[in-house]
Design a protein around this ligand. Structure first.
Ligand code: NAP
Length: 260
């Protein structure tokens, strides 16, 4: 049985990953890391949780001890400054201590360092498409440059020497998983030129399934890829169930060395 730590386990995708791991008790022993005991209690009755903060190395060290794998689902979360006036776009900011540099770079780096020190064999890191474009609108939110810091953490993970799977999701949907065809790519090609102009989005439940299957499929080791889904009722779509084949289409390294 594989002991796995999931960080961001009170988040929307992280909680799905934790639940899916717990649905396979013969395969996984899943521990959640949460900074909020209240959320851990509400979502999972606090069972199998360690309370800690990814900015606090000592709490990470105790959470990760004895784990074979780590799934990173922590992220800086922008907050709306105030409800927008009619016809205006809402504005967002990051709370002090919750800037992307602190969470998506230093916080992820802390986790990778703690994992290395604890002898963790595999890290699955869930992030975002768009990181090839420094002018991406997400970088302007709260002047946080969130995609730039996420990308830096990806490179740090690759350089750590620990086996990695980097999953860069398109726009996340709170929709049913397991009913769509998943498409993988690299270097934001799917974002910049989606096939048939389909929306560049994917259900959180599907991202969670990909993260869980990455823990057991050898083809997912040392791979970094973008991922979206075809719309649920696209005429030619076949729901993805063969994850080994999906991972076979993915490649190593932060970018496609062949085409770059
Ligand atoms: P989410 O719900 O925003 O969850 C983020 C998690 O990080 C929360 O559990 C939060 O804890 C935790 N966290 C933040 N700072 C922390 C700290 N200092 N210590 C410990 N935990 C901390 O995530 P999501 O919306 O499911 O997104 C998952 C990933 O996909 C993120 O990397 C996101 O950037 C990426 N993504 C999102 C979209 C999108 O459309 N939203 C698109 C593509 C990719 P609390 O629960 O206590 O706040």
């Amino acid at each position: 049985m594989k002991r796995v730590l999931v960080t961001g386990a009170t988040g929307k995708t992280g909680s799905l990953v934790l639940q899916k791991l717990r649905d396979e008790p013969d395969e996984f022993e899943a521990i959640g890391l949460a900074r909020s005991p209240i959320k851990a209690e509400e979502l999972f009755d606090s069972k199998g949780f360690v309370i800690g903060d990814i900015k606090d190395k000592s709490s990470l060290n105790s959470a990760i001890s004895g784990c074979e794998a780590l799934v990173i689902l922590t992220s800086a979360v922008p907050k709306m400054i105030a409800p927008p006036a009619q016809g205006q776009r809402p504005e967002f900011e990051f709370v002090p201590g919750g800037l992307p540099e602190e969470v998506d770079w230093l916080g992820q780096k802390n986790q990778i360092d703690a994992a290395k020190q604890a002898g963790v064999k595999h890290i699955v890191l869930v992030g975002s498409m768009g990181g090839t474009n420094p002018d991406h609108p997400l970088n302007r939110i709260g002047n946080g440059n969130i995609l730039i810091w996420k990308r830096k953490a990806e490179q740090y993970l690759i350089d750590s020497g620990i086996d990695y799977t980097i999953i860069r999701a398109g726009g996340l949907l709170d929709k049913q998983g397991g009913v769509r065809q998943l498409l993988v790519g690299k270097d934001d090609a799917l974002l910049n030129n989606p096939p048939d102009g389909i929306p560049t989005s994917i259900p959180r439940a599907d991202v969670a399934s990909v993260a869980v299957r990455a823990l057991t499929e050898p083809n997912a080791r040392n791979k970094a890829f973008d991922i979206i889904s075809k719309p649920e009722n696209a005429p030619d779509a076949v729901a993805t169930s063969d994850f080994a084949s999906l991972f076979e289409q993915t490649t190593a390294g932060i970018k496609d060395e062949v085409n770059s």
